[in-house]
Structure formats: structure tokens, C-alpha cells
Design a protein around this ligand. Sequence first.
Ligand SMILES: Nc1ncnc2c1ncn2[C@@H]1O[C@H](COP(=O)(O)OP(=O)(O)O)[C@@H](O)[C@H]1O
Ligand SMILES: [Mg+2]
Length: 304
Amino acid sequence: MIIGIMSVNGVDFHPNKRFIEAAIHSGHKIQLINPYALICTMDMGDKGFAQSANFSMDLPGLVPHVVLPRQGSPMGEYGFVLLRHFVKMKIPLVNGIEGVTIAKNQYITLQTLGGAGIKVPDTCFITRAACFFKAVDHLGGFPVIAKQVDGMGGDGVVKIETRTQAASFLDAHLNALKGMLVQKFIPPKDRQDVRLLVVGGRLAGAMVLAPLPGDFRANIHQNGRATAIDPPKEWVDLAVEAVRACRLEIAGVDMIVEKGGRPLVVEVNYSPGFRGLEAATGRDIAQEIIEYVTVVTLNKKIAR
Ligand SMILES: Nc1ncnc2c1ncn2[C@@H]1O[C@H](COP(=O)(O)OP(=O)(O)O)[C@@H](O)[C@H]1O
Ligand SMILES: [Mg+2]
């Protein structure tokens, strides 16, 4: 099977490298698809609008049997054009467009989770500086966390402690066309950060992450320290439910567990990296993802 991976990164990028190894191991082939190198064509044929269009793309190799969108939150509008084009070409996507749309924007993710009755941190969404200060009041005062809707790896997540700091931060970073999240700050000493990876409705691996001293962000990308865990069933059920609510099949779920409390779901990543998780757990995450993708793709083909 040819598995397309839509990614701006090359063969040396950890997940891509590991997917290639896993695919070779099980007799499949990975085709990296750089979204910036594609031309979509829509041929209306001789009969013009009387017949439906024939969709094609100048792909680097054969037409893949399935495509994994793996551009993370920064994917722009054009990315959805490409994904819809794949669908028109009858190429299944894992994850699909609905899930990518939800997970690409962190506030839409929290809206979706909240609507499904899943606990999330107290959060406001703002588009103007004046609203930021109302949000701070609403959340009980400083400090607060400001987050870009499309941040990744802890970049774009900032702790704001004063009005002066807020004013210069908003001046530099608030884009009214995108908006921003303002969230209640949960101090590191009162919480545990957990990442659970869900593949096809099942847990593929879990780890606890601890921020570096002086930082509050526990991301691996920010040199957070990872330890594998065997999470309680309640956390696993919550992660599986969060992924389902976000219409995803493969996703990394970030949770904050407050002291003695129930977990809050902070984020659902539709194209999670797994270097830290493979290192911490010793599990072959790439193989689990490739196996899941090939089985669902075969089942979809049989069902058609
Ligand atoms: N409300 C919060 N209070 C304190 N720390 C937070 C809060 N939200 C996120 N963090 C920390 O920042 C990290 C990054 O935040 P997250 O929302 O997952 O964004 P990213 O997409 O950049 O990973 C989290 O893993 C957590 O350690
Ligand atoms: Mg995160």
C-alpha cells in the first residue's frame, strides 16, 4: 500500500523517518507529499458542466491509497483545498477533514470538547485588546495564560502577569483575524502534565511530562522531561472520548491533572510527534500507526 504523508518536512524529520522504517518493515511504501509542491487540476472534459469534473494532482510518485495530513496547527487555508482535492480523487484521509478542522484551532477544540461535556481549563476567546482585560477579570485576575489558536510545541503559550506586560504582548501578538485564547493559569506545582496517544480508539502510549525548572510548559519541544506511565482507566477513557468528540482517529491528547482533581483536556493534536513517547515507553508507535492506517484503508476499500 502507498501511504501519502502530507508534510512540509523531509525524510529526516523524526515522524517521517520512523513512518518510512515502519512501512518498509510491513511491506508498504511512504510517499512524502509536500503541500507547497502540488498542482491541483480539475478537468471538466468536452461536455463542460454537463459531466462532473475529473480531479487530479501532480503527485511525487503513484497515487497513494490513503493520505495522512500531518502539518499541525500552522496549516493554512490552502491545506484544506488540497485535502478536499484528495477526497475528490477518492483518496481516504486519516485523520479526516472534520477532525483536522477542529484540532487545527485550539479554541475550536475546546469548544468541541466543552460541548461534549469534557472538562477543559477555564478559557476565554478574544480578538481585541480591550476584551483581553475583560477576560482576565472573568478568569479571576492575573496571572493568565495567553495562547495562539495555532501554536505548537509550547511556542505561542505565554504567561502574562501584569497589565503592562499584557499591553506590549497584545500589541505584538494579537491578530484580530485569528483571535487568541486567554486561560486561567494552573501553577506547575499544583498539577501533572500528561500526554496520551490514541490510535483507532485505543491507547498507544502515555507519559507524564515535567517542565524545566523556571518554565511552566511541559512540552518535549521545550525540553520537558518525559516518563512513561500506565494511566488509570479514567484518563484513558477521557482521552478516547476527547479524540472521538473531535472526530479524529489518531491524536495526541494533552491533559492537566490538578492535585487530587479530575483531568482537564488542554489540547488535542491531530498530527502528533512521537519521538518523546517512543523514547519514554520503548514502544514502536510508528508501527502501530502504520498498522492502523493500512487496516482502516483496506476496510474502507472493501466497504466501497
Ligand atoms: N492553563 C495553563 N496553565 C498552566 N500551564 C499551561 C496551561 N495551558 C498549557 N500549559 C502548559 O503549556 C504547555 C503547552 O500548552 P498547549 O495548550 O498544550 O499548547 P501547545 O500546542 O503549544 O502544546 C502544556 O503542555 C502545559 O504544560
Ligand atoms: Mg500541547
